[in-house]
Ligand binder design. Structure first.
Ligand SMILES: Nc1ncnc2c1ncn2[C@@H]1O[C@H](COP(=O)(O)OP(=O)(O)OP(=O)(O)O)[C@@H](O)[C@H]1O
Ligand SMILES: O=P(O)(O)OC[C@H]1O[C@H](OP(=O)(O)OP(=O)(O)O)[C@H](O)[C@@H]1O
Length: 534
């Protein structure tokens, strides 16, 4: 087969695919599922798609972020990790997480060695293929420990087989990707920290070569999303007595609603609904428990038209809140993975608050403790600002215009009140919080900026009426702290519901909870990562 000539490439959408490595095979499956047809001869890295005006470009996964970010290629598939490593996160848009290539970037050390924590390792030698991410991670650790000059951690880059570095005497620890953990176990290493979790993503350029490619990009994105979603869901069908139907609908609510069809025996109905694949075994157990019969699970090859269903779900809850309790909701919603996913969706729909100075903090509560006292997190944030911290806090205007009287009693406190919440100009897609912080630096005003939640989170503003009518807390109480549009580097959130159930988030690393009483902590890190700490 001859290479395509330059003429043949003109006007085509360029789509970058990893040419080898862990993501390659799964990308080919995805292209087949999305009916993107091509024939690639053995050594050719550029080939024409037969049924669309697209050219596939096969590149190393780690080069794809720069090609897409710099607008040389319009679309690409690569790992989220390598986008951050290439510092291309502001030059590309992540269109879809692809649910494969999932692994974690971890700090690993010899199992039998003296190093037990990141703090033990800071100041020593690290070998990695991720020198940017590892460098940033250890720079923060060095800063925490006030290490300077020669005392700071040394990061050395190598291109592969990083796990051998400790045994070879090159490193005291490594930072590398871990999926099953087999490679690290075989090398006598174990994890002491996770820098980030990652998976394959579909990305597009923020500076596309041609604007008229946009409909084709949307078509490809929607086809790929269909294949990804089909892999996440199964269809569950079963028979159930009419009497048990309300309970069955709670177990299989479907994405919009389950399909319920009559049977010849009028006391029974046939139900079918989409169910998250990973939850299908639990769902079947619960259906058996309430007397369902003939429970069948079908896999899906493809699907289309799946919408984000938060609004639909909340609307349904508002209409029929009684069979649902805050407990049944929190079982699902408070799973760290789900909180992280919801935070990610909301962050993608948030106006960005640009803060040049990244040395800012936020102190956030999750509200609703029922004691009707003053707002503790705002008070704490004001105290922190008074002590010199640079605070950017997201608030609803109602809390500002009608502060609780016990909070702002004295004149001096009132004088120290922060300026009103900032709303961005209606035409802009982002706002500059920096200027307020700078003003605060050069004047006697407190370094405290409030920004207006309803402007920065238009999606949440739409949901507000639904949330208000629910008689219990929802995951949105826990999401608030995770979606500050100024993305402070440091924030600390904890919340007590029962003695065993705490939510805590640390952006600068994971510490123990303050009073040491916690037996289990739900941990959500950034927008991708999540997990449990015991
Ligand atoms: N063990 C793994 N499990 C899952 N995904 C992984 C794993 N290792 C890497 N990845 C993902 O695949 C991306 C590309 O990694 P990979 O090492 O396969 O690429 P490569 O360097 O092009 O290939 P090779 O290592 O064969 O030279 C990574 O950035 C990560 O997102
Ligand atoms: O936890 P596991 O399932 O064992 O996977 C982890 C291994 O996979 C990746 O390496 P890869 O095999 O791609 O080769 P490399 O070391 O040359 O990068 C990564 O660098 C680890 O070595």
């Amino acid at each position: 087969m001859h290479p395509p000539d330059v003429e043949a490439l003109n006007g085509r959408l360029l789509f970058a695919i990893p040419k080898k490595g862990r993501l390659h095979e799964r990308c080919l499956q995805l292209l087949a599922g999305a009916d993107i047809q091509f024939r690639r001869s053995d050594r050719l890295d550029v080939c024409l798609v037969m049924n669309h005006p697209i050219t596939l470009v096969f590149l190393p996964a780690s080069d794809i972020p720069s090609f897409v970010g710099n607008g040389n290629v319009d679309l690409g598939i690569t790992g989220h990790d390598v986008i951050l490593e290439a510092k291309m996160q502001d030059k590309v848009t992540e269109i879809e997480r692809l649910a494969f290539g999932k692994c974690a970037l971890q700090v690993q050390v010899p199992e039998r060695g003296p190093v037990k924590t990141v703090e033990d390792l800071a100041g020593k030698r690290i070998v990695t293929s991720f020198e940017v991410l590892a460098g940033e991670y250890f720079a923060r650790a060095d800063d925490r420990l006030a290490l300077v000059g020669e005392q700071r951690t040394r990061i050395q880059y190598i291109g592969g087989s990083v796990e051998a570095a400790c045994a070879l005497g090159l490193a005291d620890g490594i930072v590398d990707l871990v999926e099953s953990g087999d490679t690290m176990r075989a090398a006598g290493l174990h994890a002491i920290a996770t820098v980030m979790n990652t998976e394959a993503v579909l990305i597009k350029s923020n500076t596309p070569s041609r604007a008229d490619h946009s409909p084709l990009i949307n078509l490809i994105a929607s086809r790929i999303a269909g294949v990804v979603a089909a892999g996440k869901y199964v269809v569950c069908s079963y028979n159930i007595s009419r009497e048990a139907l309300p309970r069955a609908v709670l177990i299989t609510p479907g994405r919009r609603a389950p399909t319920v069809s009559p049977l010849e025996n009028t006391d029974w109905v046939d139900v079918s609904a989409m169910v998250v694949k990973k939850e299908s075994a639990r769902v079947m157990d619960e259906l058996v428990e309430i007397g369902a019969k003939d429970i069948l699970i079908y896999s899906l090859n493809n699907c289309r038209g799946l919408e984000h269903t938060f609004k639909t779900l909340l609307a349904k809850l508002v209409k029929t809140p009684h069979p649902t309790t805050s407990n049944s909701l929190s079982n699902t919603c408070l799973r760290p993975k789900n909180l992280a996913a919801a935070a990610k969706v909301l962050c993608a729909r948030t106006l960005k608050a640009i803060v040049d100075d990244d040395d800012i903090v936020d102190i956030v509560g999750t509200g609703g403790d029922g004691h009707n006292t003053f707002n503790v997190s705002t008070a704490a944030a004001i105290v922190a600002a008074g002590a010199g911290a640079r605070v950017v806090k997201v608030r609803n205007p109602v809390h500002i215009t009608r502060p609780h009287p016990t909070l702002f009693l004295s004149r001096s406190t009132a004088a120290a009140l922060p300026p009103p919440p900032q709303a961005p100009p209606t035409s802009s897609k982002h706002s500059t919080v920096t200027s307020s912080l700078q003003q605060a630096r050069t004047s006697s005003a407190p370094p405290f900026v409030l920004i207006l939640a309803s402007y920065y989170h238009p999606a949440l503003a739409l949901l507000a009426p639904y949330r208000k009518s629910l008689p219990f807390r929802t995951l949105f109480n826990d999401l608030g702290p995770l979606i500050n549009p100024a993305r402070p580097r440091a924030d600390r959130v904890w919340r007590r519901r029962t003695r065993q159930d705490e939510l805590y988030r640390g952006n600068v690393g994971v510490d123990a909870c303050p009073d040491g009483s916690v037996t289990e902590t739900v941990l959500v890190r950034g927008c991708l990562g999540s997990g449990h700490m015991r």
